[in-house]
Design a protein around this ligand. Structure first.
Ligand code: FEO
Length: 404
């Protein structure tokens, strides 16, 4: 694949990772990209690099435009290894005059690579550098996605290089969002937000407000994962919606089951919710990856979790999901638990402890049933479903999802 000119004299020179399937616990079933951007100006500047192992691809793309040793500046917007893993090889090859990064970026760079002699220059929010005909303005975006993260803005081009922000994991041959299937595009964007950024939603709300106050003119957002947004309103609007954690009349029923008893309970709960007209996602943990469940959690108003009891606790896949979910800090959701058991039956209690820890609105003590549910037991499951449905309706959430 050739470099792609995204604006006159500005090129995508990153790498496409068609094969990655796990990104620290996130199922990247369609791969990802590590984007890097080359600006040809008086000071030839490379924005970000790629994961270790992809530096050959990066340098080969740059070679098709210019000798990489003619690069003057390297801007490192974020030090997570998917963007910085190839820094030692790239710096060794390019020998840039300066490497720009944020204050925290400098610390992490040192902690990762232990290099004293790299020509690092720290830049903070409000700092800018001249490339010749263009300038680069820096905006620290702490925790989007790490404390070192920053955006680079080129006002002459109305171009925002946003690193992890506005990214998504999807390996594609097309470089622009408007060239892709829009439903699949937004589904990958939602998954990325839910699994990478959900816990930073309050900071993202502040960041969107800051960018609006600064009145930055942006007609293109170039993130470091996934396609480039030439119509950025769409992804900005989605981030506003997701960072407010806007929910609608949708319920996720996620469960794991030992001998199908908890499964029967899950179906009865889900059936009652469906009968009440709600959108239901019934997700068996044996067949749904935690990161896909989080995508559905993102805009759901209620979460109902079911697990059989195993060794005085919940099933391991439920513990995995709840631990992952707790870290991502969903807010404003209604919750309940259920499960079948044989003789001790602690799973529901332990699920409720997680729900309380997450400060979700637990609307029921939890429904337990010993061994296989009979008709009266399934009726109780339906009652739990009706109770959740009523709570969702009483919350006043809209009947339809946020229009993206
Ligand atoms: Fe794409 Fe936080 O790294």
């Amino acid at each position: 694949m050739k470099p792609v000119e995204i604006k006159k004299g500005i090129y995508w020179v990153g790498a496409v990772d068609w094969d990655i399937r796990d990104f620290h616990g996130y199922s990247t079933e369609k791969g990802t990209t590590y984007n890097a951007y080359l600006v040809i100006d008086d000071k030839v500047t490379l924005f970000d690099t790629v994961k270790s192992g992809f530096q050959g691809e990066l340098l080969h793309r740059i070679h098709q435009i210019i000798d990489p040793q003619k690069i003057d500046y390297l801007v490192v917007n974020h030090l997570e290894m998917d963007h910085s893993g190839s820094l030692p090889q790239v710096i060794e090859h390019v020998r840039p005059e300066k490497v720009f990064t944020s204050p925290m970026g400098q610390k992490i760079m040192q902690s990762h690579f232990h290099q004293q002699d790299w020509p690092v220059q720290v830049v903070k929010t409000g700092d800018s550098i001249s490339l010749g005909s263009r300038s680069v303005h820096f905006l620290e975006t702490r925790m989007v996605h790490w404390p070192d993260s920053m955006f680079s803005y080129i006002p002459q081009e109305k171009l925002l290089i946003s690193n992890d922000g506005f990214g998504l994991h999807w390996a594609t041959s097309q470089r622009f969002a408007d060239q892709l299937d829009q439903a699949e595009l937004m589904s990958h964007a939602a998954k990325y937000y839910a699994n990478i950024l959900l816990l930073y939603s309050p900071l993202i709300q502040k960041l969107l407000a800051t960018v609006a106050e600064m009145k930055l003119e942006v007609d293109t957002i170039a993130p470091d994962h996934g396609p480039i947004w030439r119509e950025p309103g769409k992804i900005i609007n989605a981030y506003d919606c997701w960072s407010r954690q806007q929910a609608w009349a949708k319920v996720v029923v996620a469960y794991d089951t030992m001998w199908h008893s908890t499964e029967k309970m899950a179906h009865a709960v889900a059936d009652a919710l469906i009968d009440e007209g709600l959108c239901v996602k019934l997700m068996n943990l044996a067949f749904n990856h935690r990161s896909d469940i989080l995508t559905e959690v993102l805009d759901a108003k209620a979460l109902v979790f079911g697990s059989s009891t195993l060794n005085n606790g919940m099933l391991p896949r439920m513990a995995d999901l709840l631990t992952y979910l707790r870290g991502l800090k969903p807010t404003g959701k209604i919750a309940a638990a259920f499960g079948s058991y044989g003789w001790s039956g602690e799973a529901v209690k332990h699920i409720n402890e997680y729900l309380a820890d997450m400060k979700l609105q637990v609307i029921d003590d939890g429904l337990r049933h010993q061994f296989v549910p009979d008709h009266p037991a399934l009726h109780k499951c339906r009652e739990l479903g009706f109770k959740v449905a009523q709570a969702v309706k009483d919350s006043g959430v809209p009947a339809c999802a946020c229009k993206l």
